[in-house]
Design a protein. Structure first.
Length: 232
């Protein structure tokens, strides 16, 4: 790969001197002497790299390369676009749906028996929350279930986009006005999807996945709220 396309002396140095498994880096002063670049410029580039999750700085450990994670790279852009109104949650939702449907078979066929059992446990916990007094909305379980289905997918870009979607979903709070009926419908679908996966009825599970995507769009309050968010 041509590293000259990467507009950062610091990141080019990182790629040339470390791997994800061996990520210890010298000090900025040492890099500056080696590269002939000012410490101030390298410090600015370091802060950008930190915000992207590509490196970390810890006491006694210094600067270290971190394993690649696409989620923090894309999340800031997604949140900025939603906050500015230059993009809508519906648009990022469409990307998420396309990814889950396209990579469905690849993902579910790689799930282990332990993964499938964990999916069942997530569904059971969600129902427990919905049937408790008072009722608790299983927002965390919603995220866990979908990300678990795709946890074995060996594609960091898909993994990162899906993770960023759920962070944006939580930040938007689109479901805070959803009815109890909405949540029971959602988890009825989730339960059927998980059972289809556990029974290796993968195509049936994909069909249920597609059907359940329509539930959010059919909640009137959510459509109104999304319009409000896009004009804030």
């Amino acid at each position: 790969m041509r590293l000259d396309k990467l507009d950062s002396d610091f990141l080019r140095y990182v790629l040339s001197h470390t791997t994800a498994e061996n990520g210890r880096l010298p000090t900025l002063s040492e890099m500056s002497q080696e590269l002939g670049v000012s410490i101030g410029k390298l410090r600015e580039q370091l802060e950008v790299a930190r915000s992207m999750g590509l490196v970390s700085v810890r006491p006694r450990l210094g600067i270290q390369r971190e394993p690649f994670n696409f989620a923090p790279l894309v999340l800031q852009g997604v949140l900025f676009a939603l906050g500015s109104g230059e993009a809508t949650f519906q648009q990022i939702s469409e990307v998420r749906r396309a990814l889950e449907v396209s990579f469905w078979h690849t993902a579910v066929t790689q799930l282990t028996p332990a993964d499938k059992e964990e999916l069942r446990e997530i569904v059971a916990l969600a129902w427990q929350k919905l049937r408790s007094h008072p009722i608790h909305v299983p927002n965390g379980e919603h995220r866990q279930l979908h990300l678990k289905i795709f946890c074995r997918l060996q594609n960091p870009f898909v993994q990162g986009l899906l993770t960023a979607y759920w962070d944006a979903y939580e930040a938007s709070e689109l479901t805070r006005f959803a009815t109890y009926q909405y949540w029971t419908d959602v988890w009825s679908y989730h339960e059927r999807i998980v059972e289809a996966v556990c029974q290796q009825q993968y195509e049936h599970g994909r069909e249920l996945l597609v059907q359940h995507f329509n539930l959010l769009a059919n909640v009137p309050e959510l459509s109104v709220l999304e319009g409000d968010l896009n004009h804030e």
